[in-house]
Design a protein around this ligand. Structure first.
Ligand SMILES: Cc1cc2nc3c(=O)[nH]c(=O)nc-3n(C[C@H](O)[C@H](O)[C@H](O)COP(=O)(O)OP(=O)(O)OC[C@H]3O[C@@H](n4cnc5c(N)ncnc54)[C@H](O)[C@@H]3O)c2cc1C
Length: 393
C-alpha cells in the first residue's frame, strides 16, 4: 500500500485529505498538523479585533477528517526529498511515497525595523489571540491611566486583510468606548498604505473607504505612505519620517509561504514554489505543493495567481485528481483557475463584492454582502470537511 502524507491541516490540506479518503485508491493516508484543530484563516482578523471568539473559527481536526486518515499532531521541521522522509519535532522521521505539502502562509515584514517586535501580525490562531490580548491590555491601561494614547490604533497595509481588519476594529469602537467609559471619538484608527484593495473596481473602493472613514478610520495613502519603522508608540512613515502615534499597530502588508519550504531546499521565492499544471514539481514529481506554499502561474499575466483560500481548495482538488490519474494510468488533469468572485467584508454587517456572472462581473455593496460572506465560509467548510463542518460554521 502506498503511503500518502499530507502536511498541514488548513484549507488545502483538509481538502486533499477529504478527496483522498473518498478516492478508491489503495493508499494509506496520514495528515500532520501542528495543532489538534483547524482554524478558518479567512476569519483570523475577526479574532484579532475581538468580533469573534477563537472557538467560533476553530474545528477539531478529528471532526474534519475521515476515519481513513491517520492524524499526527506534530510540527514539520524538514523534508528529505531524496530519501522521501519528513522529520517531525516529536515523532522522528516518517516515510512517504507521495507528499501533499500544504503548510500554508506566514506574515511578511520585509525587514521593516520594529515590525516583528511591535507590529501585530495575523497569520495563525496563536498570533490572533496575542493580538486581541494586546488590544485588551491597552484598553486596560487606558482605564487605569486615562492616557488617551492607549486608544490609538494603526493598520499598516491596505490589502484585503488590512481593509477587513479596519472594518472589525471600527465595529468594536462603540463597545470599547462603553467599556472604557469614554467617547468613540477618543479613539483613533489610522490606515497607512500606498493604496487600498486595488483588485476591486474604483467605485467599490471609494464606497469602502468612505464607509470606514464614517466609522472613524483615517487614511494616509499615496506613494509616500510606506511604513519605515514601528515603535511601541507609533509608526514612522514616508521619505521625511512623519510620525503617527499608535499604541496598537497591526502589520498587514502581505504574506509569504511557510519557512519550512526554504529549510527544505526547494527552489523558492518568498517560500513559495512554482508548480507544474498537475500541482506537482518537475524536480520532485512525487511531491504536490498546494495552497499558499505553491505558486501557480497565470499565463495571461505571467505572474502567479494571488494566494487565497479559494485557489487553495481548487489546487488540492486538482492535485488529488492527478495522483489518481497517475496511479490509475489515466490522463492528467491540468489546473485551470475558476474565480468564484471576491468578497471583502467591512465589519460584520457590511461589505463589497465582485462576482462573475457569465462573461460579466456584478459589483455589489451593502449589508447583503455580509450574508454572502457567511455563505462563502459555510461552503468552504463543506468543501474541506463535509456537512458537519459546514453546519458548525
Ligand atoms: C485575515 C485574512 C483574511 C483572508 N480572507 C480571505 C478571503 O476572504 N478569501 C480567500 O479566498 N482567502 C482569504 N485569505 C487567504 C487564505 O486564508 C489563505 O490563502 C489560505 O488560508 C491558505 O490555505 P492553506 O491551506 O494553504 O494554508 P493555511 O490556512 O495557512 O494552513 C496551513 C496549516 O498548516 C499548519 N502548519 C503550519 N506550519 C506547520 C508545521 N511546521 N508543521 C505542521 N503544521 C503546520 C497550520 O497550523 C495550518 O493548519 C485570508 C487570509 C487572511 C490572513
Amino acid at each position: 500500500m502506498k503511503e500518502v502524507l499530507v502536511l498541514g491541516g488548513g484549507f488545502a490540506g483538509l481538502r486533499a485529505c477529504r478527496l483522498l479518503a473518498k478516492s478508491k485508491l489503495d493508499i494509506n493516508i496520514t495528515l500532520v498538523n501542528n495543532n489538534d484543530y483547524h482554524y478558518d484563516a479567512t476569519a483570523l482578523h475577526t479574532v484579532s479585533a475581538g468580533t469573534s471568539k477563537p472557538e467560533e473559527i476553530m474545528m477539531k481536526i478529528s471532526n474534519c477528517i475521515s476515519s481513513k486518515v491517520n492524524f499526527i499532531e506534530d510540527t514539520v521541521n524538514n523534508i528529505d526529498h531524496d530519501n522521501k522522509t519528513v522529520s517531525l519535532e516529536n515523532n522522528g522521521r516518517i516515510k512517504f511515497d507521495y507528499l501533499f505539502n500544504a503548510l500554508g502562509f506566514e506574515s511578511e515584514t520585509f525587514g521593516t525595523p520594529g515590525a516583528d517586535k511591535y507590529g501585530l501580525q495575523i497569520w495563525n490562531m496563536k498570533s490572533s489571540i496575542q493580538n486581541i490580548n494586546k488590544v485588551n491590555d491597552n484598553l486596560k491601561e487606558y482605564r487605569k491611566s486615562k492616557d488617551k494614547s492607549y486608544l490609538s490604533f494603526a493598520v499598516i497595509g491596505g490589502g484585503f486583510t488590512g481593509i477587513e481588519l479596519l472594518g472589525e476594529l471600527a465595529y468594536m469602537l462603540p463597545t470599547w468606548a462603553k467599556e472604557c467609559d469614554c467617547d468613540v471619538n477618543d479613539f483613533t484608527i489610522t490606515c497607512i498604505a500606498p493604496n487600498c484593495i486595488p483588485m476591486f473596481d474604483e467605485k467599490l473602493v471609494h464606497f469602502a473607504l468612505d464607509y470606514l472613514h464614517d466609522k472613524g478610520v483615517d487614511f494616509i495613502l499615496g506613494n509616500d505612505a510606506k511604513a519605515k519603522e514601528i515603535t511601541a508608540d507609533g509608526v514612522y512613515y514616508g521619505e521625511d519620517n512623519k510620525f503617527v502615534p499608535a499604541k496598537t499597530t497591526f502589520w498587514t502588508t502581505g504574506v509569504k509561504g511557510n519557512t519550512v519550504i526554504k529549510e527544505a531546499g526547494y527552489d523558492q521565492k518568498r517560500n513559495r514554489v512554482v508548480v507544474n499544471d498537475t500541482m506537482a514539481l518537475d524536480a520532485y514529481p512525487d511531491e504536490y505543493l498546494i495552497g499558499d506554499v505553491s505558486a501557480v502561474m497565470d499565463k495571461d499575466t505571467n505572474r502567479p495567481y494571488p494566494t487565497t483560500g479559494q485557489i487553495s481548495i481548487q489546487e488540492a482538488s486538482i492535485a488529488v485528481e492527478n495522483l489518481k490519474a497517475r496511479l490509475n494510468n489515466s490522463k492528467k488533469v491540468p489546473f485551470s483557475y475558476k474565480s468564484l468572485g471576491t468578497v471583502c467584508s467591512l465589519g460584520p454587517t457590511m461589505g463589497i463584492a465582485e462576482l462573475p456572472m457569465g462573461k460579466k462581473t456584478i459589483k455589489i455593496k451593502g449589508h447583503s454582502v455580509s450574508l454572502l460572506k457567511h455563505l462563502v465560509r459555510m461552503n468552504t467548510a463543506f468543501e474541506i470537511a463535509g456537512v458537519k463542518a459546514a453546519i458548525q460554521n
